[in-house]
Write a protein that binds this ligand. Structure first.
Ligand SMILES: *Cc1c(COP(=O)(O)O)cnc(C)c1O
Length: 397
């Protein structure tokens, strides 16, 4: 089938790359040891910090998010170290596997894939660890397979109340630049992020934001590392350079993405994601479908995972929507394969893109013969534009 107009890329990452960023990347590659590069490197390294809400260093790897997961581990831990992780879903599973491949002993708090990391469980396990055998607590902030966001401030509070010195390491790959996240205030030691979700870039860059405590752990961490070594990176970074050939073109894109985020203002970015998420949930509830996330306090503002009614195949629905409306939705991953579909509403996105997205889902449900109530889109539109007076008032202010 021939598709006209724009493809709707509504998976929870990679997200739609704005034209401004595509144009910024359409530039000549420059000498990465020359003075022009130093300006680019210094600018992006500096302007990344407020996005992580940190005053400390952020390093950039030419790698997918998985690389930055590995970097967090090999830079801070030693073989045989014990860490505490939480089963939130597919991505917590993958991070755990990396740790285990490096000989890390993982205490994995079981979960039902519908709830976030339980701070109470962190409190009791850390409280019972009087000898401080846990070297790190590792949490996925926004579990992209389930659409559940964990309370990182609560985990930090549990750690502090237990007086436990473990490092706190957090995966923000699908929340950074979409959902409020505070590296310094929450005393996170390593924050892992990626380029292709809230940062609106193509895949290919990933990040570690690093606390002073993580830097000192780095000095005694014994896991073998070479490419990922923070020390190799931080030296040249001080002057805007990299220890190897950086992904120059993606860095042009990153420079533009950071300008865009700062123009809009992070609080507005977070509010926008909150509005779109709430409108999406309104549509899902109106359709009579079930949201995977069980606790409204843990609803993700960057994606919504939706359970299919018994006996209906979400992948058939997704392929009908792809064929008919040229829209990609996220599949269920591992344990949730064949049970859910996921709507991405993060990154470069606006009200009408959401209206189009939800319209595609509603038309798809009808075409696929999935039992549902009509009117989800209408309810979402009302959620987006509740009353003319209110809307007009906010425009005027
Ligand atoms: C996308 C994602 C990853 C994996 O990142 P890659 O870039 O595919 O390596 C890890 N964690 C979370 C929470 C994600 O959303």
């Amino acid at each position: 089938m021939i598709h006209t107009g724009r493809h709707f890329l509504q998976i929870p990452g990679p997200t739609n790359v704005p034209d401004r960023i595509l144009r910024a990347m359409h530039s000549a590659v420059i000498d990465h040891r020359g003075p022009e590069f130093a300006k680019l490197g210094s600018e992006v390294l500096e302007n990344l910090r407020p996005v992580f809400q940190t005053a400390g260093p952020v390093v950039i790897y030419p790698a997918s998010g998985t690389g930055a997961w590995e970097a967090a581990i090999v830079n801070t831990l030693s073989p045989g170290d014990r860490v505490l992780m939480f089963e939130t879903g597919h991505f917590s599973q993958l991070w755990r596997q990396i740790a285990e491949r490096f000989g890390i002993q993982v205490d994995y708090v079981p979960g039902n894939w519908r709830r976030g990391a339980a701070a109470a469980e962190a409190a009791s396990r850390l409280g019972a660890d009087a000898r401080h055998t846990f070297k790190a607590v590792m949490v996925v902030h926004n579990e992209t397979s389930t659409g559940v966001t964990s309370g990182i401030a609560d985990i930090r509070q549990a750690m502090n109340q237990a007086g436990h010195p473990a490092l706190l390491m957090v995966d923000t790959i699908s929340s950074l630049g979409s959902i409020d996240y505070r590296h310094d205030e929450w005393e996170v030691d390593v924050t892992v992020a990626g380029s292709q979700k809230g940062l609106m870039l193509p895949p290919g860059l990933s990040f570690n934001a690093i606390s002073e405590k993580a830097l000192s752990a780095n000095k005694s961490a014994k896991l073998p590392r070479s490419y990922w070594d923070w020390q190799d990176m931080l030296g040249p970074n001080r002057n805007g350079y990299f220890p190897f050939t950086p992904a120059t073109t993606l860095l042009y894109g990153l420079r533009e993405a950071l300008v865009m985020l700062h123009e809009e203002g992070l609080p507005n970015v977070f509010r926008r994601h909150g509005r779109h998420a709430e409108a999406t949930r309104t549509a899902v509830r109106t359709w009579g479908l079930e949201i995977v996330c069980e606790d409204p306090r843990e609803y993700s503002n960057s994606l919504t995972a939706v359970l299919m009614p018994q006996g209906h195949d979400p992948d058939r629905l997704r392929s009908i929507i792809l064929e008919n409306f040229d829209m990609s939705l996220g599949a269920g991953l591992s344990k949730l394969a064949g049970k859910v579909f996921r709507i991405g509403h993060l990154g470069s996105f606006n009200d009408l893109m959401l209206a189009g997205t939800l319209s595609g889902v509603e038309m798809g449900l009808r075409l696929a013969g999935v039992p549902h109530q009509a009117g989800g889109v209408t309810a979402a539109l009302q959620a987006l534009a509740p009353a003319e007076t209110k809307r007009a008032a906010s425009m005027a202010s």
